[in-house]
Write a protein that binds this ligand. Sequence first.
Ligand code: MLT
Length: 258
Amino acid sequence: MTSRKWHDCPIMNVTDQGSGTPLVWVHGFPLSSRIWERQLEITGVRHIVPDLPGFGRSEPAAIESIDDYARAVLRLLDERGIERALFAGLSMGGYICFAIAQMAMERMQGLILLDTKEKADTDEARKGRYDTIEKVGQKGVGVVVAAMLPKMLTPAAPPDLVEAVREIMSSASEEGVVAALRAMATRADASPLLHSMHFPVLVVVGDQDPITPPADAERMAAALPDAKLVVVAGAAHLSNMEKAEEVNRAVREFVKRF
Ligand code: MLT
């Protein structure tokens, strides 16, 4: 694997479309900006949708921590002259949004947390990440795809959606996957941050999400000063893909506040 320096970080591939309040969509692991395709139907906002380094159409970069992703997203906004924005993060994207809030809360007008949690990894989860890194080194990204695909969607999901998610996950680079696993394993616990997030937050979770179940969403919503919780029936981890209409309805209501 090549050794990279942070200043080598390439510009992330980004979709920038629509007009209105900027809304930055941060995807999860091991996914890409393509998970947000249906959310781009939402009008009245400016969608900023990056592929994180090593995922989708972005080259891998020197990512060592969740903070590095957060800095990359903030740099993207700086480059576009965007001072404040709404942020939306799914799962690892949510971890990145917490890191953004930690380093630049004043730039966050509002936040959408989808199928994510504020807590750091347990020791067991962390060990699992390092085991996976080893397996990815031996067998490639397919190991992660095989382990995670069944948790992304419910058994009732249509086969074409399952194939689309498989394809998105399979397009992740090995370097990107390893960097993200390491970054997630060492992320901070964002629990102490929640009570200081004095802006509107929409918390969305699939009722059948096995990775970040509804209990995680309920706990975050209870700790946040101004949160609305939406539990999406018939969805697993990728609630925004499996039940796009329901999630978009909640997001449209939410963005009316800005
Ligand atoms: C994700 O969807 O981003 C991952 O499942 C998050 C995680 O593994 O903690």
